[in-house]
Design a protein around this ligand. Structure first.
Ligand code: SF4
Length: 344
């Protein structure tokens, strides 16, 4: 049976046309057109307590021959003054906001950022985390409760495998922590759901991890017992090998890449997966299925396409990133495509 999504699955970015989308004229340091569904990512800090060999946060930098160590505004009060200035400036755009990093929850600025966001009427708030400290307390309150009290909508937790011992190999913690264990998730998932913070588990497909439909089914079934209703499987991003400087990472990614196109072919044959919809983004493509009531997303992304698309439409802002150095950029690299430059 040919898939509902089959045509677009193979043509993908050739079919994406930003000009079909809602574009809003907006004055940054220069005039731009902003994609109507634009998201603001607050890149809280580059530090992470884990050291995944496949780390996407590092890939985005090293893909461009840059070292993954960001400059930052050192003074906390000045950082928050600048963040508020940027939030106030872009408020008319009614963006959704994501907290990301590194690991955002271990930043000393985390609690203050979360509280600050709660002051603004933000359409949708999401955090992406390795989940390792969600149940830890700061000043007598658990990290997860700060998110709930600030009315966050989505909680994306990265978990590469449902078997804790395999997950610890794929997502090692150099200081010996265990990361987000299944015992933690058995508390986090039902509690978050009960409090209206929708949890989603994010699993990177890896040859030495989850790599095929039976593995995906085992992963979904394992966490379905905890109440999860939303899982995403990601393909390792494609990147520019000519400008990639981290050879160890590059080799790991080459050896471990699982192609979603092959996985999707198997999904097509499996009646338990009902196709729901597909989304074509400017450098990513997502297929969404329903598996026994669980929304199963699968996403592939290509950093080379991202560059090509942006180069071809340099007047358009696809997404915004607030960097620790105080710049608001249209790029994940903090001195590239600066929209609002921080002038100390
Ligand atoms: S948990 Fe996320 S940010 Fe941290 S090393 Fe792993 S992939 Fe990178």
């Amino acid at each position: 049976m040919s898939s509902t999504f089959e045509k677009i699955r193979y043509t993908r970015q050739a079919d994406f046309d930003i000009k079909d989308k809602e574009l809003i004229d907006f004055q940054f340091d220069m005039p731009k057109k902003v994609y109507g569904n634009c998201n603001l990512s607050i890149f809280v800090d580059d530090y992470c307590n884990a050291d995944c060999k496949f780390c996407v946060a590092q890939l985005r930098y090293e893909n461009k021959s840059k070292i993954y160590k960001k400059e930052k505004i050192e003074d906390d009060d000045e950082y928050f003054r600048r963040l508020e200035e940027v939030l106030a400036k872009i408020a008319p755009l009614n963006v959704s906001v994501s907290l990301t990093g590194g690991e955002p929850t271990i930043s000393p600025r985390f609690v203050r950022i979360v509280k600050l966001l709660n002051k603004y009427n933000i359409r949708k708030k999401t955090i992406t985390t390795n989940g390792s400290v969600l149940l830890k307390e700061i000043a007598g309150k658990r990290i997860i409760d700060y998110l709930i009290d600030a009315k966050f909508d989505h909680l994306n937790i990265s978990k590469a495998h449902y078997d804790d011992s395999i997950n610890q190999k794929l997502m090692p913690y150099p200081c010996g922590e265990k990361g987000c264990t299944n015992e933690d998730l058995s508390v986090i998932i039902p509690y978050a759901l009960y409090k209206g913070l929708r949890p989603r588990l994010s699993c990177l497909l890896l040859k030495e991890g989850i790599h095929d439909v039976p593995g995906m089914v085992d992963y979904i079934e394992f966490y379905r017992k905890f109440g999860i209703d939303n899982v995403i499987f990601r393909e390792l991003m494609d990147y520019d090998e000519k400008t990639m400087i981290n050879l160890e990472k590059m080799r790991y990614c080459q050896d471990n890449k699982v192609r979603l196109n092959s996985v999707w072919k198997e999904v097509d044959k499996d009646k338990r997966f009902e196709p729901e919809k597909n989304i074509l983004g400017y450098y990513y493509y997502v297929e969404i299925y329903n598996y026994k009531g669980v929304a199963v997303c699968s996403e592939s992304a290509d950093l080379r396409v991202q560059k090509k698309e942006k180069d071809a439409n340099s007047d358009i802002v696809y997404e915004m990133i607030f960097h620790p150095n105080g710049n608001l950029n249209g790029s994940w690299v903090d001195n590239e495509d600066i929209l609002l430059k921080y002038n100390p």
